[in-house]
Design a protein around this ligand. Structure first.
Ligand code: NAD
Length: 484
């Protein structure tokens, strides 16, 4: 296969450049392991240049009026929209995610730019009546240069939607795309170069160990926002703390429960379980409800329907709109999921469907695994405790509401959760007592712009997607005007 894009440059200080090392990494299509592009292998020097460019750019960006800044952000969104089909093509080939739902990612990026562009006027401070004769006020000031480190499941969307708040607050940003799916960011660099002032938006590709670490340890970057795995999140907190006092927010993994009560319809729960698992991203979604906790009265009926539906999912070319599930993102992801199949076997979970690499000539190459359901999964098992970030649904059962809540809370994670029942008291009781940052009642999966998203426990710190996210890219300054 030929390259899916000619774009192969980073965006540093307003210039499209190769790495200072002159080296590239090959980009692989996870569906067939063919080389589909190349991305610059960024260096510590590239990071330093990007930060110097951003340092020079942010004061003028922060000094624009809310209307001017908002207009630039909206124009950036429109420019993205103009190349949406090209980005979609690149993203599907580079991630393995299926084309139909992936179509929404550019839309979400544009919508987020519009949303935060409209919020800029809300960067207000306060007046505090601390003394009767003087004036005590606060202002919100941008950090200056901030960083966004992104994972592989929605590379373009995270690079844009999760930097919009920082831009709105008047910061210049450095984006570090995921190393296994960096290509859409290289297209994005070309668009950002035209749409935004030089140095306001920078993209440095490369490995986490080199580029990511150099960003985290750079003394000029006080605000770091990370989306990725818990292990990397903790390494970032550690590395940042070794250098300086920094504001680090973390959006990490989940092992999210879907709790179904006996007053629900087994067909409805089965459909929700599939949607909640996000098989369409091969389960590679932080918010996936990967633990299905069924009341014993409906357990067998729901399980039977879930297994039937999962077994019918169509695997195939992610670019074909008829495909339900593509390959997982990388060789490493593939090995991880295969190891979970092994642990399911050795822990004694009951394999209901899937559990191996699919057969057939289409799946000989590439990072394919079958969508999988295990029943009788219990708290002592890895399939209960560990985030797979792959297409494995673990099913457990409960008798009393207390037991359901205890089971839901019995992992180190607390990102999302869902409760399904028509009894409002049960619904609210469970939603309030499950220690997760984002709960759905009779829903799954959806994010809503303006509604905060983020994790409790080891699923993270900080909330994104609402106005709090914009405020998190500012520092409060207090001024006391002494009149007496
Ligand atoms: P990862 O932690 O391996 O990598 C994420 C990013 O961090 C990549 O860009 C990587 O290059 C970089 N990185 C790696 N080591 C680094 C270091 N030492 N210093 C700085 N940067 C470093 O995660 P992944 O495998 O790409 O993504 C999967 C994980 O992301 C899952 O755990 C998933 O739950 C999580 N995730 C969370 C959310 C959320 O909103 N909570 C959303 C999507 C994904």
């Amino acid at each position: 296969m030929a390259y899916v894009t000619k774009s192969d440059r980073m965006l540093i200080g307003g210039e499209l450049v190769h790495s200072s090392s002159g080296e590239f990494d090959q980009c692989i299509n996870p569906a067939n392991e063919e080389v589909i592009g190349r991305s610059p292998r960024g260096t510590k020097e590239d990071v330093a240049r990007a930060i110097a460019g951003a340092q020079a750019a942010w004061p003028a960006w922060a000094a624009t009026t809310p209307s001017e800044r908002g207009a630039r952000m909206r124009a950036f969104g429109q420019a993205l929209k103009a190349r949406a089909e090209e980005i979609l093509h690149v993203e599907v080939a580079d991630t393995g995610n299926t084309v139909t739902p992936m179509r929404g990612d550019v839309g979400m990026a544009v919508e987020s730019l519009d949303y935060y562009a409209g919020l800029i006027h809300e960067l207000k401070g306060e007046t505090i009546p601390a003394t009767p004769d003087n004036l005590h006020i606060t202002l919100r000031e941008p950090y200056g240069v901030v960083a966004r480190i992104a994972p592989f499941n929605h590379p373009l969307m995270f690079a844009v939607a999760r930097t919009a708040a920082a831009l709105a607050a008047g910061n210049a940003v450095i984006v570090k795309p995921p190393e296994t799916s960096p290509l859409s960011a290289l297209v994005l660099g070309e668009i950002a170069r035209e749409a935004l002032p030089p140095g306001v938006f920078n993209i440095v590709t490369g490995t986490g160990a080199t580029v990511g670490d150099a960003i985290v340890r750079h003394p000029e970057i006080k605000r770091i926002a990370f989306i990725g795995s818990p292990g990397t999140g903790r390494a970032i907190q550690r590395a940042a703390a070794e250098v300086a006092v920094k504001h680090v927010t973390l959006e990490l993994g989940g092992k999210n429960p879907l709790i179904a009560f006996p007053d629900t319809d087994p067909d409805v729960i089965a459909a929700a379980a599939l949607r909640g698992m996000n098989f369409t991203w091969q389960g590679q979604s932080c918010g996936s409800t990967s633990r299905l906790l069924l009341h014993e009265d409906i357990h067998d009926a729901v399980l039977e329907r879930v297994v039937e539906r999962v077994a019918k999912l169509r695997l195939g070319d992610p670019a074909d709109p008829a495909t339900d599930m593509g390959p997982v993102n990388s060789r490493m992801q593939h090995e991880k999921v295969l190891a979970f199949f092994e642990s399911g076997r050795s822990d004694g979970a009951r394999l209901m469907t899937g559990g191996r690499r699919p057969s057939g000539s289409l799946f000989q190459k590439g990072f394919w695994v079958e969508p999988t359901v295990y029943a009788d999964v219990r708290p002592g098992m890895r399939l209960w405790q560990d985030e797979v970030f792959g297409p494995i649904l673990s099913v457990g059962r409960w008798k009393t509401v207390e037991e359901a809540i205890e089971l839901a809370n019995s992992t180190e994670y607390g990102l999302t959760g869902a409760v399904w029942t028509n009894d409002i008291r049960n619904a609210l009781n469970v939603a309030r007592r499950v220690r997760s940052g984002h709960m759905w009642i009779n829903g799954v999966s959806n994010h809503f712009l303006g509604v905060p998203f983020g994790g409790m426990k080891n699923s993270g710190v900080g909330r994104e997607e609402g106005i709090e996210e914009m405020f998190s890219y500012t520092e409060a300054k207090t001024i006391n005007i002494m009149l007496n």
